[in-house]
Design a protein around this ligand. Structure first.
Ligand code: GLA
Length: 732
């Protein structure tokens, strides 16, 4: 087991394959101190790192300078209002309105495996080694118990942390902030790396050196958002893509969050992730318990690459569930960019007929099939098939699609309501709004108040009825606007601050019902592209549509950023038509295929109308998918070159676990005169093995792994815009 308690020294030690994490109990009062997190160390005698034998000493030795101790000590889970003036992880308001709080160690428990977190997505033990430490701390004055939980996943070098607060007292109190994790460390010249973006420009990597004081990212949108991800890496001064120390943290959560780093007066860093705290409050009555979302913490001494590998393996093994977790997903064709709202049964079947001939395996009917939905201004909430468009209803359409040997999938946006809908006319109070104020619309729609049970049940009944009515094998669950005007008729005045989190609990409950009731359905989440791409959503759906921008060149940065922390198997990527609908650019059909292969793969175009020469390429792309998808889904991903840095080309590689196979994708972004071939240095191969390399239409060659890694693979010069090449390596 990766967890030990050394009673004499009062030290906990958590070990993974390559990392150690140490916590100490200090002084008679039982302060919990953070000793160390980093590269694996032997022994546990690291208590000196807490500096308790230096002035101002611990309070039992120097009560006069208690404040100096509290404001300096590396706290494992800092609280507000009693003398630690740095950012608190926990802020509580008592019934009398006071905010002072203390936490003292009370007890602990170590067990193998891991508990579920009530109502929230979270990692699970699955196969492999996992053990959990629960440390219970108390504030005797409030009668509050805080349980700090650490699940240690040895093979993946991940520690999953979360926090539960229990009211064991006689009076209610109000939680104003409950961070999921806090980590105090000495600053090592850290740079923060986050995934910044916008609609159709998600996940661009953003680096900034930590300055003194307080900095971070936040979402107040009710969704994790296009703008940032609930993730941050701290890179030590010398860290690069391949080397140096990198800490990563991400939240298994899809709503409001904050990630903060505070550089203090002694050049220490306090790092936190958790629920966004300004808009949050939660009343805990006696006997009640509150669970904060889970944070996934990792440390790599192999640069960003080590962090990426840990997160990919972890998410594939301990977050994603269900039938499709380890399986090839059907190659789908989605009609959104093909028809938008303008389709009927015959149009869909014409696409399906052509697609089935080319090897495409599933037709997905996107927005526009329900109520009176002829544009984006109406009918969300009325999940009844529009039989004027779909003559014969859903059963007929699905039956005809199945007859072609294809599966059928459908789009929903269950969290929404259009003002022009039967649902809204019947229940105007079901939309999130502040009584007396007209809420702001976005995309012509309001958000349903999923903190209310009757709303969740009504949405579920409608979705379930549609899914039961025909052989639906895939659902695209969309969410196309953020939350604002937060007000719920289901909550009393003192609990309005609970709405955003209760809303997420409602969404999670709906998705849990869906995957439980229909375990064979492949669920794909979406939020205007990547507006809610996070580990929380991946607990319900093995894949998420990562951007509404389907342009192959724009997708390079988007998919590079997404793949920094999420596995390729989770990244929704399709081949679309040109000029691209989002940016107007034209790229070769082959290149579009190579980029989409580094994700779930599918098509988003009218296959009956694209040029014949493009259509002719589809069977070959389908064959590539079948040949390489196991490798892409399960292999180790390496970033070789980034167009943002080279300005000439982008290159990535996937290597099988046994290093016997590898796939290299190279995409040119800029061409010019005086070009020559490029050498790209590969990674992850077995140095002494020989590999047969085929690709780019050239004669296969045999080269040693070390030559490919240290000298490089030669990428031939090809003329043309946005040329793409694929190289397949197999050990001989
Ligand atoms: C969002 C999605 C698109 C499409 C439309 C339909 O924008 O990201 O893929 O489903 O909604 O309205």
């Amino acid at each position: 087991m990766g967890i030990a308690y050394f009673e004499k020294d009062r030290i906990f030690k958590l070990d993974t394959l390559h990392t150690s994490y140490l916590i100490g109990i200090v002084d008679e009062e039982g302060f919990l101190g953070h000793i160390y997190y980093g590269k694996k160390v032997s022994g546990h005698e690291l208590g000196y790192l807490l500096r308790t034998d230096e002035p101002p000493f611990v309070p039992s030795r120097n009560e006069r300078d208690r404040l100096s101790f509290l404001d300096k000590f590396p706290m494992e889970y800092p609280v507000h209002g009693t003398g630690d003036f740095r950012e608190a992880a926990l802020r509580v308001r008592s019934k009398e309105g006071h905010k002072a709080c203390t936490l003292a160690y009370a007890s602990h428990e170590i067990f193998s495996g891991k508990k579920a977190i009530q109502g929230l997505p979270a990692s699970f033990a699955g196969e492999g080694s996992c053990a959990t430490l629960e440390i219970t701390c108390r504030d005797a004055h409030l009668g509050m118990e805080v349980v700090l939980s650490y699940s240690v996943f040895e093979e993946e070098d991940v520690i999953a942390r979360h926090v539960e607060v229990v009211n064991r007292g006689a009076e209610g109190f109000c939680l104003e902030k409950v961070a999921s994790m806090s980590l105090d460390m000495d600053n090592r010249g850290f740079t923060a790396l986050t995934l910044h973006g916008a609609w159709a420009r998600e996940c661009h990597m953003q680096r900034r050196a930590l300055g003194k004081g307080y900095q971070g990212i936040v979402s107040r949108r009710g969704i994790s958002g296009h703008q940032d991800h609930p993730f941050m890496a701290l890179m030590a001064a010398d860290a690069t893509r391949e080397s140096g120390e990198v800490y990563g943290v991400q939240l298994v959560y899809s709503g409001n969050y904050e990630v903060r780093a505070e550089v203090g007066q002694f050049d220490t860093v306090r790092w936190q992730i958790g629920l966004e705290s300004e808009d949050f409050s939660w009343t805990l009555e006696p006997g009640e318990r509150f669970a904060a979302p889970e944070a996934l913490l990792t440390y790599s001494h192999r640069g960003l690459e080590g962090m990426t590998h840990s997160y990919h393996d972890f998410i594939r093994r301990h977050i994603i569930r269900g039938k499709y977790r380890d399986r090839k997903r059907p190659i789908l064709i989605n009609n959104w960019e093909a028809t938008y709202f303008d389709f009927d049964t015959e149009k869909l079947l014409s696409i399906a007929r052509e697609a089935s001939k080319l090897g495409i395996e599933m037709l997905v009917m996107d927005d526009g099939w329900f109520g009176n939905r002829r544009d984006e201004h109406r009918s969300l909430g009325d999940w009844r098939v529009n039989e004027e468009k779909l003559k014969g209803g859903l059963p007929y359409l699905v039956q005809e699609v199945n007859r072609l040997g294809m599966k059928f999938g459908i789009w929903f946006e269950p969290e929404m309501v259009s003002p022009d809908s039967d649902l809204y006319r019947a229940h105007p109070d079901w939309a999130i709004a502040v009584p007396g104020r007209t809420p702001s619309m976005a995309r012509g729609q309001y958000v349903l108040d999923l903190s209310r049970r009757e709303v969740v049940d009504c949405v579920w009944d409608q979705v379930e009825a549609v899914l039961k009515s025909a052989n639906v094998e895939y659902v695209k669950w969309d969410m196309n606007r953020p939350l604002c005007d937060l007000g719920s008729l289901g909550l009393p005045a003192g609990r309005q601050g609970e709405l955003a989190h209760r809303y997420m609990l409602g969404v999670y409950e709906l998705q849990e019902r869906l995957v439980t009731r229909f375990p064979d359905i492949l669920l794909e989440n979406c939020s205007s592209g990547g507006g809610r791409f996070d580990a929380g959503m991946l607990y319900y759906s093995p894949q998420i549509w990562c951007s509404d921008d389907t342009d192959a060149i724009e997708r390079l940065a988007i998919q590079e950023g997404t793949a920094l922390i999420y596995p390729l198997s989770a990244i929704g990527a399709h081949v679309s038509d040109c000029p691209n609908h989002a940016v107007g650019r034209s790229t070769p059909f082959e290149t579009r295929g190579y980029v989409a292969l580094a994700g779930t793969f599918g098509y988003e175009l009218d296959v009956t109308r694209i040029p014949q020469e493009d259509r002719d390429i589809i069977p070959a792309q389908v064959a590539l998918y079948h040949k390489y998808n196991d490798l892409i889904r399960e292999g180790d991903y390496y970033r070789i070159a980034s167009a943002a840095e080279t300005h000439l080309y982008d290159c990535w590689q996937v290597v099988s676990g046994d290093r016997g196979e590898s796939l290299v994708t190279w995409i040119q972004v800029l061409c010019g005169p005086g070009r020559q071939s490029h050498m790209v240095r590969l990674k992850g191969l077995e140095p002494c093995a020989r590999y047969r390399v085929e690709g780019a239409g050239e004669e296969p060659i045999e080269v040693s792994g070390d030559a490919l890694m240290y000298a490089g693979l030669r990428i031939p010069d090809r003329k043309g815009d946005f040329v793409g090449m694929l190289f397949y390596l197999v050990r001989v």
